[in-house]
Design a protein around this ligand. Structure first.
Ligand code: AGP
Length: 616
């Protein structure tokens, strides 16, 4: 989740770098720094805290003009968020400056080696060893920076994106990546390196994604890519399909508000081009042979957080449509469980950022076991889709707020398309059944729009309950993952204890939590879906009400049976059972956002959290 920017060209580097770092603030960080090369010297400024602290330092102690530089926002892993631990880190001879995203797992042994050779390391970080190692390697490679980078990277273990500059080679920025994002921006008056295209999209939409174990050699007018042995390689160009304004708030106070409002379009865009004129699913990117799809014996979803909740929703649909068993595994647990995975398994990695290390490592484990892998991802060119056999991109557009909203709806949409595609290929659904579900999906953007038009009561209720100590969420069937997601949003944003339960579990323990006045949010199943689920939920509501709970029912229009048992009713459109998560979650997103605002929290960048967790 660190932010990385590098630039070499005709323009002043500092302005470009700081603006790029600001575009990536959403990733979460706790220190920032820059280095430029000027008059044969490195000039470095770095500061703990937010970018404004660095800018204050730059105002007091300005950098010289320079057209070559690097910048970094750090989310602390090794060593606390201090000035000394902030990046860039510099070699003892003040020649090499390096910035890094990831974790160098063998840094302790490298640190010991350096110290035994008399090097004094200034910081507690893993990153600093790289600056010293490159500086020491230069003489043995004729002071060729790319070759020194290649030599050092070959010794590193773990996950790293590295970008370095050399005071003695001012026209050069060199980057390297393993298990961590790095993209190249190809500009008309210079070239860029960044951990996220948002850093340079203002300057160019022509980009290149770097692959595993690649080095990139950036000059103002050239970009060369090699492997760690120096063999020249190709990198895949792509065009960034959203512009800088998409990353702005679009008139809202908060990115999260904007992204909640974008959900109808996000769902619609994620359906675009995936249904052909005869209403069959067309997933060109799903490049697994039909015979392989027909031979699948199980589906496993690996994901974290909100993405895992989307997978849990998809489980009900995919099992219903394909008769394939679907396991949903938290990625951080998956590979330590000795899972039963093989060539007849389809492992679906769901990730908005495409860089979540837990999910990436689970994906790799599945691949080692021979599984077919499919990524469902919102970030083109990120690591998880690149390492999967196939990918279905969601088209939610950039999701800046740390709390995931529109990505969740598009992940459900995409997994539903995958489920229907599997059913279509395996023949477990009639074409008219598939057409009917597709019609329901196509109707969801307008249904979500209806919910967005009626959020005022939810906002009022959130302000009323802002002093609550805890909120419980109950759901059944596809409403259970929605309950988990509602609780997660409240934890993330209001820093409040919240817990989601399958309503049937109440009597097995959680009902002891019910005390007078405790707010309990209930996602009420549609009475016309599976009446038994609806009736059982009414009983659950009566159980908690009898013990003094304040019941907030998320119930469909026209369901009057709920009225005698709820203190507050939030109405959602009546939609088919499997579509309900797409409308039921929206009030919960708004509820958590409003609760956080009422509590005076930073909604877009909640404490302790990062948008993309690129460490395990
Ligand atoms: C959700 O609001 C959180 N930001 C977090 O749980 C997130 O969903 C999780 O870290 C997975 O991120 P990913 O989708 O980018 O892999």
């Amino acid at each position: 989740m660190c932010g990385i920017v590098g630039y070499v060209g005709q323009k002043q580097a500092l302005e470009i770098i700081v603006a790029g770092l600001r575009r990536m603030e959403y990733r979460g960080y706790d220190s920032a720094g820059v280095a430029v090369v000027a008059d044969g010297k490195l000039e470095v400024r770095k500061k703990a805290g937010k970018l404004v602290n660095l800018e204050t330092l730059l105002g007091a102690d300005p950098l010289p003009n320079s057209t070559t530089g690097i910048g970094h926002t750090r989310w602390a892993t090794h060593g606390g968020p201090t000035d000394r631990n902030a990046h860039p880190h510099v070699s003892s001879d003040d020649r090499i400056a390096v910035i890094h995203n990831g974790i160098i797992e063998n840094f302790q042994s490298l640190r010991a080696e350096l110290e035994s050779s008399g090097v004094i390391l200034e910081s507690e970080t893993d990153t600093e060893v790289v600056a010293h190692l490159i500086s020491k390697a230069l003489p043995s490679v004729d002071h060729d920076l790319p070759r020194a980078m290649q030599a050092v990277c070959s010794r590193l273990e773990g996950a790293f994106t590295l970008v370095v500059v050399d005071s003695e080679q001012p026209d050069l920025v060199v980057g390297a990546r393993r298990n961590s994002p790095l993209v190249v921006g190809l500009g008309t008056d210079g070239n860029f390196l960044a951990s996220d295209v948002a850093a340079f999209v203002d300057h160019t939409r022509n980009a290149m994604e770097l692959g595993q174990d690649q080095i990139v050699i950036l000059r103002a007018d050239s970009v060369v890519v090699t492997d760690f042995s120096g063999n020249v390689e190709q990198a895949k160009p792509f065009t960034i399909d959203w512009d800088a304004s998409a990353a702005e708030k679009g008139g809202f106070d908060l990115f999260m508000q904007k992204e909640i409002s974008e959900q109808p379009k996000a769902v619609a865009d994620s359906l675009l081009g995936r249904i052909d004129e005869s209403h069959r699913i067309k997933l060109d990117e799903f490049n697994l042979e039909p015979a392989i799809i027909r031979d699948l014996k199980k589906v496993i979803v690996v994901a974290c957080g909100t993405a895992a909740h989307a997978g849990m929703v998809a489980k009900y649909a995919i099992e219903h449509w394909t008769h394939l068993p679907v396991d949903v595994e938290l990625a951080s647990e998956f590979r330590y469980r000795d899972p039963i995975v093989g060539p007849d398994s389809l492992v679906i990695a769901i990730s908005q950022s495409g860089e979540t290390m837990d999910t990436l490592m689970a994906l790799r484990h599945a691949k080692e076991q021979g599984a077919r892998t499919l990524a469902i991802c919102n970030t083109v060119g990120s690591t998880i889709p690149r390492e999967s056999d196939a990918v279905i991109y969601t088209y939610a557009g950039p999701e800046i707020a740390v709390a995931s909203t529109k990505a969740f709806l598009t992940q459900i949409t995409a997994t539903y398309l995958v489920g229907l595609f599997l059913a279509q290929t395996r023949g477990t659904m009639f074409e008219d059944e598939i057409r009917s579900v597709l019609a329901e999906l196509n109707d969801m953007p307008s249904q979500v729009d209806l919910v967005l038009d009626t959020t005022e009561p939810v906002q009022k209720l959130a302000r009323k309950l802002a002093s609550a100590r805890s909120v419980l969420f109950l759901g059944r069937h596809v409403g259970y993952p929605v309950a988990l997601e509602g609780a997660l949003k409240l934890k993330e944003l209001a820093y409040m204890h919240a817990e989601g339960f399958p309503a049937g579990e109440l009597k097995h323990g959680p009902i002891a939590l019910i005390e007078p006045g405790i707010p309990v949010v209930v996602i009420v199943p549609s009475p016309s879906g599976r009446a038994v689920l609806h009736d059982k939920m009414i009983s659950n509501i009566q159980e908690v009400r009898a013990r003094g709970a304040q019941v907030i029912a998320i119930a469909e229009e026209g369901d009057e049976s709920i009225v005698p048992f709820a203190d507050h009713i939030i109405r959602i459109p009546a939609v088919p059972t499997l579509m309900q998560p797409l409308v039921a979650v929206v009030p919960l997103q708004v509820f958590a956002l409003e609760m956080a605002r009422e509590r005076g929290h930073d909604v877009d960048q909640p404490r302790n959290l990062a948008k993309s967790v690129t460490v395990e």
